[in-house]
Design a protein around this ligand. Structure first.
Ligand code: NAD
Length: 351
C-alpha cells in the first residue's frame, strides 16, 4: 500500500488527479489536505468519499502543527503539492496570500516531510540509500515569464516571472530545489501549461466564457485577445504528474504541455461557435497589467525520457469540456453566487 498526501485536492486539477489515482491504483491510499478556500469545492469529489482508500482533512498547508500531526498519523510515501492560490488577477489585487500559501506553505510541507524522510542503511557494507517521502511540486510554465513570437520554454531556462502569482510559484520551485540540493530530499518539479477540462473554477478563461455564453452575458476579453497560451486537457496533466511521480529522476524538473498554442480570442470564438451564439457578446476590456504575451512549452524531456504523451487533441478535449459544462449547470450555479459574483463584477465591469 502506497500513501500519497495530495494537497489542494478539492481544487480543479487536484480533484481530477485524486480520481485518476484511485481508479488506476486500487491499493493506493490518498490523503487529501485542503483548506477549502473559495476555489476548493468538495462537490468536485462527490462519490470519492465512499472509497475506503480516501481520506479528506481540512487543513491549511501553512499550519505546521496540523501538517506534522498528519505526517505522524499516516505512513506517507509521497507528497503531491497542488495547494496554491492560483488566479493571476487575484494576485495583482492581493499578493500577500499568494506568498504565504504558495511559498511559506510549500516550505512548511517540505520541512515536515524532511523530518519524516528516513535514510536507511541498505546493508552494513554498502553506501546508504534513501527512502522516504518523495515531494512533487506542481508548478507552472508561467515561472519562465513571457516569450516573443518564437521560441519555447525549456527546463533549464532562467525563471523570469512577471506576476505576483508566477513570482510566488517560481519562489516555491526554488525552495523545493534547495531542499534537494541541501538535504538530498527526493523531489521533482513539474511545470505545466494552461489546463482546461471539467471542474475548473469559472473565473478561468474557458469555463468563464462557456458560462457567460450560455447565459448570453458579455464575454470579457483582455486587450486585443492575442495573448497566446499552450493548452492541455487536465487529464493529460494528471497522467503526466503520475508519470513523474513514479518514474521521474530525482531532483529533475519536467515541463508538461501538449503543443496546442492558441490565442485567447481564438478560444472565445470557438466556444461561441460551438454554442451557436453571436460574436457580438465579445467585450474587449482593459488589458491585465504585466500580461504575458505568449507561452509555449517544449515537452521533449518528459516525452523522450519518461515516455509520456498527451491523449487528447485540443478539438476533442474542448468538445467534451463544453459538453461537460452543459451537463453540469448545477455545479456552476452553486459556485457562481455570493462572494464570487461580487468579486467577478468588481474585476471585469467596474473598469
Ligand atoms: P485551484 O485554485 O482550482 O485549486 C487550489 C486548491 O488549493 C483549492 O482546493 C484550495 O482550497 C486549495 N488551497 C489554497 N490555499 C490553501 C492552503 N493554504 N492550504 C490548503 N489548501 C489550500 O487550482 P488548480 O487550477 O487546480 O491548480 C492546482 C495547482 O496546479 C496550483 O499549484 C497551480 O499553480 C498549478 N497549475 C495550474 C495550472 C492551471 O492551468 N490551472 C497550470 C499549471 C500549474
Amino acid at each position: 500500500m502506497k500513501t500519497i498526501l495530495v494537497t489542494g485536492g478539492a481544487g480543479f486539477i487536484g480533484s481530477n488527479f485524486i480520481k485518476m489515482i484511485l481508479t488506476k491504483y486500487p491499493n493506493y491510499k490518498i490523503i487529501n489536505v485542503d483548506s477549502l478556500t473559495y476555489a476548493g469545492n468538495l462537490e468536485n469529489l462527490k462519490n470519492v468519499d465512499k472509497n475506503d482508500n480516501y481520506i479528506f482533512i481540512k487543513a491549511d498547508i501553512r499550519d505546521r502543527k496540523k501538517i506534522d500531526e498528519i505526517f505522524s498519523s499516516y505512513d506517507i510515501n509521497s507528497v503531491v503539492n497542488f495547494a496554491a492560490e492560483s488566479h493571476v488577477d487575484r494576485s495583482i489585487e492581493e499578493p500577500e496570500i499568494f506568498l504565504t500559501t504558495n511559498v511559506i506553505g510549500t516550505q512548511v510541507l517540505l520541512d515536515v516531510a524532511k523530518e519524516y524522510w528516513k535514510v536507511k542503511p541498505k546493508d552494513k557494507y554498502s553506501k546508504k540509500y534513501k527512502e522516504g517521502v518523495k515531494f512533487l511540486q506542481v508548478s507552472t510554465d508561467e515561472v519562465y515569464g513571457a516569450l516573443g513570437k518564437t521560441g519555447m520554454f525549456v527546463e533549464n531556462m532562467p525563471l523570469k516571472p512577471n506576476s505576483p502569482y508566477s513570482a510566488s510559484k517560481a519562489s516555491a520551485d526554488m525552495i523545493v530545489r534547495s531542499y534537494h540540493k541541501t538535504y538530498g530530499m527526493p523531489i521533482n518539479i513539474t511545470r505545466c501549461s494552461n489546463n482546461y477540462g471539467p471542474y475548473q473554477f469559472p473565473e478561468k478563461l474557458i469555463p468563464l466564457m462557456i458560462n457567460n455564453c450560455l447565459k448570453e452575458k458579455y464575454l470579457p476579453v483582455y486587450g486585443d485577445g492575442m495573448q497566446i497560451r499552450d493548452w492541455l486537457h487536465v487529464s493529460d496533466h494528471c497522467s503526466a504528474i503520475n508519470t513523474v511521480l513514479h518514474n521521474g529522476k530525482e531532483g529533475e524538473v519536467y515541463n508538461i504541455g501538449g503543443n496546442n498554442e492558441k490565442a485567447n480570442i481564438e478560444i472565445v470564438k470557438l466556444i461561441i461557435q460551438e454554442l451557436g451564439k453571436s460574436e457580438d457578446l465579445i467585450k474587449y476590456v482593459k488589458d491585465r497589467p504585466g500580461h504575458d504575451r505568449r507561452y509555449a512549452i517544449d515537452n521533449k524531456k518528459i516525452t523522450s525520457e519518461l515516455g509520456w504523451e498527451p491523449e487528447y487533441t485540443f478539438d476533442q478535449g474542448m468538445k467534451e469540456t463544453i459538453q461537460w459544462y452543459l451537463n453540469n449547470t448545477e455545479w456552476i450555479e452553486n459556485i457562481v453566487s455570493g462572494d464570487y459574483m461580487n468579486y467577478y463584477e468588481d474585476m471585469y465591469f467596474n473598469i
